[in-house]
Design a protein around this ligand. Structure first.
Ligand SMILES: [Zn+2]
Ligand SMILES: [Zn+2]
Length: 292
């Protein structure tokens, strides 16, 4: 089982991350701990250094390119503003356990007050392009965060490919929650789609079509482009809704993908492992026994 996107370095685990890691170890998991700015990226690398089957991703989340109030069901904080420091992240990303650059991307759901939307898009694009450049330089894939900005993100990726004359920019659109039309645009660009516990949620009364549209993406997405993740501590799958999410809960995501696609859990796990090893070239195939 693989959680290709979690935040075990966050404060939510400060008292018991060792216990959480043990639970994941018992299930022989591979984890990718994802940074969101300089300190959480450094902490991700530290965790990866200590545990064999834990890897790290380093980068600057779009929400931290401005200071923004975030207040929703599971999350309330004020983001700390940071400018992407190429040299700092290059040094960090040269570590053998760093497998990708991110999470970076576009976030138009949480918009800071008093800042123009066009200005935000510009800021997020510039930060993304810098990180894409670093990913190219170090030959690493990207972990891309997109919320309420799928069309804008597609345009930025196309611009990046044109600028650098690249055929394909390697990466995953993590926690994909869009529809099939949006999904196809990313698949056409060679991207993978990461699914979280969101695919296990029942339809929302206010927007039942969105759930149906997301499950259509799960059904249609080619088996060789799917990744599994939790985004823990957020987005616990339906079975554990209301609890702090932990990486081993990704088993609920795997089960749901199998159910929607009409395939066995084993087949989905095998495909996800192959996809993960293909995209993140620096991950070593897990030895028996999992995380040490
Ligand atoms: Zn994200
Ligand atoms: Zn995340």
């Amino acid at each position: 089982m693989i959680d290709s996107h979690c935040h075990l370095q966050f404060n939510a685990y400060k008292d018991d991350y060792g216990e959480v890691i043990k639970k994941c170890q018992a299930k022989g998991m591979i984890l990718n701990v994802v940074g969101t700015q300089s300190d959480t990226s450094e902490q991700a690398v530290k965790l990866a250094e200590k545990h064999e089957n834990i890897y790290a991703t380093v980068g600057l989340h779009p929400i931290h390119t401005t200071s923004t109030e975030v207040d929703e069901e599971e999350i309330t904080f004020k983001s700390r503003e940071e400018v992407f420091d190429y040299g700092f992240y290059k040094k960090l990303a040269s570590h053998p356990k760093v497998i990708a650059i991110g999470e970076c991307g576009m976030e138009l759901f949480h918009l800071p007050n008093s800042v123009d939307k066009a200005e935000i898009i510009k800021k997020h694009s510039e930060s993304f392009l810098q990180q894409a450049k670093l990913a190219q330089e170090l030959d690493l894939p990207m972990v891309i965060h997109v919320r309420d900005a799928y069309d804008e993100m597609v345009e930025v990726i196309k611009l990046q490919i044109k600028n650098y004359k690249l055929k394909i920019l390697q990466g995953v659109i993590h926690c994909f929650t869009g529809d099939w039309t949006q999904a196809q645009k990313f698949l056409d660009l060679g991207m993978y789609l990461g699914f979280t516990g969101v695919i296990t949620f029942p339809p929302r009364k206010t927007n039942p079509e969105a759930t149906a549209a997301l499950l259509e993406v799960v059904k249609n997405c080619p088996l060789d482009r799917i990744l599994t993740e939790t985004d823990a501590p957020y987005l616990a799958p339906q079975k554990y809704r209301g609890e702090r999410c932990e990486p081993w809960m990704v088993e609920e995501v795997v089960k749901k993908i199998a159910e929607v696609k009409g395939e066995s859990v084993e087949k989905i796990e095998k495909a996800v492992l192959e996809n993960t090893l293909r995209l993140f070239g620096k991950i070593k195939k897990p030895l028996k026994g999992g995380i040490d």
